[in-house]
Design a protein around this ligand. Structure first.
Ligand code: AR6
Ligand code: MG
Length: 326
């Protein structure tokens, strides 16, 4: 892969997360029917709680993952947990489990134990998966490191197997998207087979979900059936397969994939963010409509900063690809 394409894909995965998050944020929690009655369809960035083109916890946590991997060159749990604490801004709409973990970390609880016992058996919220794009990009050419790093990255906050397992699945899907040649049609069956082959017994519920994805892809799009069979909620199991479906349904259009995701309703910012990561990793950041890119917030830690992180992450990905990492 040329260095330019790799850089574009790396920026695409990060900025794709941001763009999907910003598109979904204004209608977060709306049902499909509420979106239809308020807007018909969402087709553009809408005014949001924090302003047009602003992001939520999804992008803020993804920034922390990227910063840590870039600075350390490898997963360092304490460092990444510290980035989550330093970047935390309560206005960005964090899940209550995530708020609790970040508080515990800020009080000196070790990163290995801060996320344990949340909700009894650990969180299965989609917060581990929504921030995972940098892992998928950095290790797209090294599946063992990708799976291991995704698991560790998610477990800082999400220790329920469906929570971290779904994050691993999303990271692998991003890695496969980054490996794919954008000018060649995507083989969605092989893509799903690769995902299924990495599923572990603890989170085998995803196998069933991915077979639903395969079946839904062979039929005409029907939003009710997608929502019923895959979900559109805040759980990892009810959102990662949905994002994978939205991407595979429209693998060659960032706009169509992400708008399909957002218009399903439910956890729109996160399903939008995860679909955006997958699409951006395949198509590169130029596939994100320029008028959307222009509208993304661009203050401190805004669009330019995220693009710079994407560039630096691509340098790490390139070293791993060429076997030059130290
Ligand atoms: N049992 C019951 N409910 C659970 C469990 C469980 N084991 N795990 C999670 N939940 P959280 P996140 C429910 O709080 O994953 C933002 O809006 C519970 O209601 O760990 O980071 C983002 O945009 C819990 O509050 O945070 C994402 O949409 C919720 O799932 C989302 O929040 C979320 O899990 C990410 O949240
Ligand atoms: Mg959010």
């Amino acid at each position: 892969m040329s260095p330019d394409l790799l850089e574009s894909k790396s920026i695409g995965a990060l900025l794709g997360t941001f763009t999907g998050d910003a598109l979904g944020m204004p209608v977060e929690g709306y049902t499909y029917e509420m979106i239809v009655s308020a807007y018909g369809q969402v087709t553009e960035l809408l005014p949001a709680r924090l302003g047009l083109g602003t992001y939520t916890d999804d992008t803020q946590l993804m920034i922390g993952v990227a910063e840590s991997l870039i600075e350390c060159g490898v997963f360092k749990g304490e460092h990444m947990a510290n980035r989550f604490v330093a970047n935390f801004d309560s206005q960005r709409g964090y899940g209550r489990g995530a708020v609790e973990v970040i508080y515990r970390l800020s009080q000196g609880v070790p990163w290995r134990s801060a996320g344990a016992k949340l909700f009894g058996g650990g969180s299965f919220g989609n917060g581990g998966a929504m921030r995972i794009a940098p892992v998928g990009v950095m290790y797209f050419s090294d599946t063992d490191s990708l799976l291991d790093t995704a698991e560790k990255t998610a477990k800082i906050t999400h220790t329920h197997p469906l929570g971290w397992g779904g994050a691993v699945l999303q990271a692998l899907a991003i890695g496969l998207s980054a490996s794919s040649e954008p000018a060649t049609p995507l083989d969605t069956d092989s893509f799903l087979n690769e995902l299924v082959s990495c599923i572990q017994p603890e989170w085998e519920a995803y196998q069933h979900k991915l077979e639903h994805v395969r079946e839904l892809l062979s039929q005409p799009f029907d939003e009710d059936e997608v929502i019923e069979r895959l979900g559109n909620d805040i759980s990892t199991q009810g959102s990662v397969p949905t994002a994978i479906y939205c991407f595979l349904h429209q693998p060659d259009s960032f706009e169509d994939a992400v708008l399909t995701a957002v218009n399903l309703g439910g956890d729109t910012d996160t399903i939008g963010a995860m679909t955006g990561a997958l699409s951006g990793a395949r198509l590169g950041y130029e596939a994100i409509p320029p008028e959307w890119r222009d509208q993304l917030e661009n203050g401190q830690s805004g669009r330019d900063y995220v693009m710079e992180l994407g560039k630096q992450l691509a340098e790490h990905a390139s070293k791993i690809l060429t076997g030059l990492r130290n």
